[in-house]
Write a protein that binds this ligand. Sequence first.
Ligand code: KDG
Ligand code: MG
Length: 402
Amino acid sequence: MKITDAKVFVSSPSRNFVTLKLITDEGIHGLGDATLNGREKAVVAYLQDHLVPCLIDRDPFQSEDIWQYFYRGSYWRRGPVTMTAIAAIDMALWDLKAKSLNVPLYQLLGGKSRASVQVYCHATGADIEAAVDDVGRHIEQGYRAIRVQSGVPGIAATYGVGKQGRKYEPAQEGMPEECVWSTSKYLAHVPQLFRRLRDVYGDRIELLHDAHHRLTPIEAARLGKDLEPFRLLWLEDPVSAELQEGFRLIRRHTVTPLAVGEVFNSVHDCLTLITEQLVDYIRMTVVHGGGITPIMKLAHLAEPYHVRTGFHGATDLSPITMAAALHVNTAINNFGIQEHMPHDPLVDPVFRHGYTYEAGSMLPGEEPGLGVEYDEALAAQYPYRPAYLPVNRREDGTLWNW
Ligand code: KDG
Ligand code: MG
């Protein structure tokens, strides 16, 4: 079998997605997600101008060699644009291989290690009581693990909390919104939120919280300590993790489990974190971490260090990434939990998929390959619209972590 053509699609059914389709001389095609929130067109150019021409006539079964060719062969390694482009190719190759062998992808990754994949959802509210109510609604939908974010008194807009009761979307059309952040107000508020949640729901559910990289290590240590009585499943992204050693300080002070990695794109971003057991869950995704090939290696590396997976699964990852994550989660031993932020209803008809949700868990489905089909004609009805994540400033105007 040979790759004869590759197409890159950009469409915006409710939000922007970049999709790669690899076509072969045997009529089988493979799909990959190439979406990098707010930087979509950079990946399109990288794929179209630099990678796709090197793919023509290659054997799509050689997924390891092709991955190494693009990673090692380019001289310029790593970075989100590069690794998202390589990931799209890698996903499409695995999809192609599994389709041509007529098996669901998880069979090629080790087969079934579990009956289903437990997921966590997002509950939010403008204030504590609204968040408590939203948790109740998600419990009724069957979720047993819930990430909770609420508005913080004195901060006008809190990332991760929808405006006017709407669901939040991790990008807004037009130029980036500028928000104001106060660490002291946030640190005083979050323990109150979780105290109230445990008062109302007891130990019936797992609770998670995302600090969105906004703290310094000592502030994160304080928050982790303050949240200990409420037994979180994890505290996510407590600090921006370019300085992996910063987690040593957090770890020294708290037993609240830590999760990190949704912005990582290489094993090198988390080698210290894993080998020193500084985190409990690693969140690097298939789409931003270079594809299924390196994510499988990362999971295997993390296993002896007692680090489990908790892959990023927000709406800016297309259903192709969700499918890939579910196949990986089904096969690996050290799966922890999978994020599930359901897409807008416009998305699923464009990306028809075999994966399903039921009672707090998901299944990858039994269709050959990833089990996703892309409706090109429908997708063409939703042209690209520039949209960005917000930018964050401290109260004194200093630019702060996203
Ligand atoms: O593109 C960034 C979003 O996906 C991210 O902000 C969402 O933090 C997030 C999460 O945990 O889903
Ligand atoms: Mg997050």
